[in-house]
Design a binder for this molecule. Structure first.
Ligand code: DOR
Ligand code: ZN
Length: 375
């Protein structure tokens, strides 16, 4: 047994489903699953019911998170076709602005170029007085995160360049996308990007094998696309899971929704890649700790670490999962690396498969839970 002590991970892309979808997840179950995976900070997406698209809804979600979370939580605010200005008073309380410009679960899709233009402009104007967030400027605005494929990716790159708004491209999947982002970075565009473990470790043959349990947006890609992500590893700023739980009943129903859970399997999968010599431990820490903290301006909580038995090998099974939906698209996979203990701000919060933290001991970031926001 070789125990390695590492900083707690950040998962910069999760869907914890509260409010609105308690059968899938809530802040209690989702943050417990995070701790099980060695994750001490999650950034939660706005496609809930109702969506997180106004300052009141952001404040309400923050209060829900504060009452239940066992790890730290940052909240995205979402762009909708009707809310162009309604969230701006609370923009600095969010970890960033999420814009869905491609196919997704829920109703948050923006298709009009004119509207996208106005979101970038208003975010830039709001940031003009505060600046953008960094570890030195926690009161600034976060990046604009986009779910952009195909034609929408160059559009978003152009808008971020035009308004000099940091753009973060979530779940990059295809060779063409990562190649374009590489070029934009070479040209000095203010862009960063992420890849998910499922797009790094599964491909379309797994999608056929898994059926609805291997369906998400963007879909699993070709083996060549997966190879392109690994070839461009240096261009991928961070790894985040897009943890998007749906129940067995939904996945087995007539119209299975897209999305797969992942927050608790990211670290074992990446440590297995380290064991196989595909990655180094330093690269995992850069992608899952240092880069997300830098990009979203998230200070590291003091006295926070995880202890991992990097030699332990085991098979991932649905029954081990802490997410409320109780399954993983990686079921049956042999992994190496078990999270033994998680310590958050000096307090052991997870040990040997047991949750030790009290509900509400996690923090909602950027003051969103305490803020009184004007309607
Ligand atoms: O597969 C997905 N599921 N992609 C998304 O963009 C949303 C997510 C969800 O919320 O279920
Ligand atoms: Zn997502």
């Amino acid at each position: 047994m070789a125990i390695v002590r590492m900083p707690g991970l950040v998962d910069a892309h999760v869907h914890l489903r509260e409010p609105g979808y308690p059968a899938k997840e809530d802040f209690g179950s989702g943050t417990a699953a995070a701790l099980a995976g060695g994750v001490v900070t999650v950034l939660d997406m706005p496609n809930t019911l109702p969506p997180t698209d106004t300052s009141e809804r952001l404040a309400e979600k923050a209060r829900l998170a504060q009452s239940k979370a066992v790890c730290d939580v940052g909240l995205f605010v979402g762009a909708t076709t009707t809310n162009l200005d309604a969230y701006l008073p609370a923009a600095h309380l969010a970890c960033g602005l999420k814009i869905y410009v491609s196919d997704t679960f829920g109703s948050l899709r923006i298709e009009s170029l004119d509207l996208m233009h106005r979101f970038f402009r208003s975010w830039a104007e709001t940031a003009a007085s505060r600046g953008f967030r960094s570890l030195q400027n926690p009161n600034g605005l976060g990046p604009i995160a986009v779910h952009a494929e195909e034609l929408m990716l160059p559009v978003c790159l152009a808008l971020s360049h035009l308004y000099q708004v940091p753009l973060h491209v979530v779940h990059v999947t295809r060779r063409s996308e990562i190649a374009l982002i590489a070029k934009a970075k070479e040209r000095g565009y203010p862009v960063t990007c992420e890849a998910t473990p499922h797009h790094l470790f599964l491909d379309e043959s797994d999608a056929r094998r898994l059926g609805p349990y291997g369906d998400m947006r963007p879909r699993l890609a070709t083996a060549d696309d997966v190879a392109a992500l690994w070839e461009h590893w240096e261009v991928i700023d961070l790894v985040a899971t897009d943890h998007a739980p749906h129940t067995h009943a939904e996945k087995q129903g007539p119209t299975p929704p897209p999305g797969v859970p992942g927050v608790e399997t990211m670290l074992p999968l990446l440590l297995t890649a380290v064991h196989e010599g595909r990655l180094t431990l330093e690269q995992v820490i850069e992608r899952c700790v240092t880069a997300p903290r830098r990009i979203y301006g998230l200070a590291e909580p003091p006295q926070t670490w995880i202890d991992v038995d990097v030699d332990a090998d085991y098979v991932l099974e649905d029954g081990q999962m802490r997410t409320r939906v109780g399954w993983t698209p990686f079921r049956g996979r042999l992994v190496r690396g078990r999270i033994v203990e998680v310590v958050l701000r000096g307090v052991p919060v997870w040990r040997e498969g047991t949750l030790l933290a009290q509900p509400g001991s996690g923090r909602v970031l950027f003051g969103a839970a305490e803020a009184v926001v004007a309607p």
